[in-house]
Design a protein around this ligand. Structure first.
Ligand code: RIB
Ligand code: CA
Length: 310
């Protein structure tokens, strides 16, 4: 699978990137880094750190948005991801030689790669901007896999909204309106994609690649943050990792086709909703909401991939 990833690393983004880079069936063509968990430059440097460890500095990093379309300044989440975005790991600007490419250059990738799949792991602003800039090229993209939304379950930034859709609901609606096929991994499933500290210890023990010393500290950092939010929780949900997993393992997921909308303002801003009553028109919906997945397979397969020698 040829994959272009929009991201804001972020600990769960970082694990998703590592999984994609190590996966034998995924060919990562580029990373687009935007505001979200951290500012966009920090996100790009964190992405470069991961590419460096994977020995894949040949993969281009593209410039993403630094705020939502409302023009509000972005809110970051150091209490969950750490000041630098990947927990205790500090990436200093200047550590790596790389050029952040203009967003417009991403269309060369899209136009020259058939069956390209996009995963959007952060706020929807940059991907929506791609539709604003070149809708024709975006029509060539086979599938959009989006981490976002929460359907009839609690949100994670407000009682009803998930962080990515809350951050820029207008852009999220644009993706839903214009994406050819839009596959959502909302909190309904990502909150259940939990990785525990014991799993992280086993990862560190069995890993034979350059990420060996990274897994345990970042997973522990993220899990400690979640334990403060949800006392008693063992580990933490790896939202973005599940999104990439779902793109390669659609048969391990349960989807419901429903037309989805996101509330753009007011107290329920960012809330995603769909009509869950039976509708004959659902069959034609191009939106697919993940509502279940094979957790045991997720744990096993992710472990296999993350421990692979490079
Ligand atoms: O709500 C979870 C999402 O918000 C994840 O993508 C996480 O990385 C943050 O961006
Ligand atoms: Ca993210």
């Amino acid at each position: 699978m040829k994959l272009l990833i929009f991201c804001d690393p972020g600990i769960d983004d970082a694990m998703a990137l590592i999984y994609a880079l190590l996966h034998p069936e995924i060919d990562v063509l580029g990373l687009v880094c935007s505001y979200g968990n951290v500012d966009k430059f920090t996100a790009a440097h964190n992405a470069a750190h991961i590419l460096h460890l994977a020995g894949r500095m040949d993969i281009p990093i593209f410039n993403g948005a630094e705020m939502p379309v409302t023009g509000e300044l972005a809110t970051y989440y150091p209490e969950i991801h750490g000041d630098g975005g990947i927990g205790p790991i500090k990436v200093t600007k200047g550590d790596y030689q790389f050029r952040i490419r203009n967003l417009g250059e991403v269309f060369d990738l899209i136009e020259t790669n058939d069956d390209l799949v996009i995963a959007d792991l952060g706020r929807s602003t940059t991907l929506a901007t791609c539709f604003l800039l070149n809708r024709e090229a975006m029509g060539l993209v086979k599938e959009l896999h989006i981490m976002g939304g929460a359907f009839m379950v609690p949100g994670n930034v407000t009682p009803v909204a998930e962080a990515n859709f809350y951050g820029d609901p207008t852009s999220a609606n644009l993706l839903l309106a214009h994406g050819k096929k839009v596959i959502l991994t909302p909190l309904n499933v990502t909150q259940k994609a939990i990785i525990t500290n014991d799993y992280a210890k086993a990862l560190q023990y069995y890993t034979e690649n350059k990420f060996k010393d990274m897994y345990l500290p970042i997973i522990k950092y993220y899990a400690d943050a979640y334990t403060k939010l949800v006392p008693g929780m063992d580990g933490a949900p790896f939202h973005d990792l599940l999104t990439i997993y779902s793109a390669v393992h659609p048969k391990r997921m349960q989807y419901l086709a429903k037309k989805v909308h996101v509330v753009v303002e007011g107290k329920t801003r960012g809330k995603s909703f769909a009509d869950f009553r039976h509708m004959d028109s659902d069959q034609e919906s191009k939106h697919h909401i993940a509502l279940g997945f094979d957790y045991d397979h997720f744990l096993q397969e992710v472990f296999q991939v993350l421990t692979r020698p490079i």
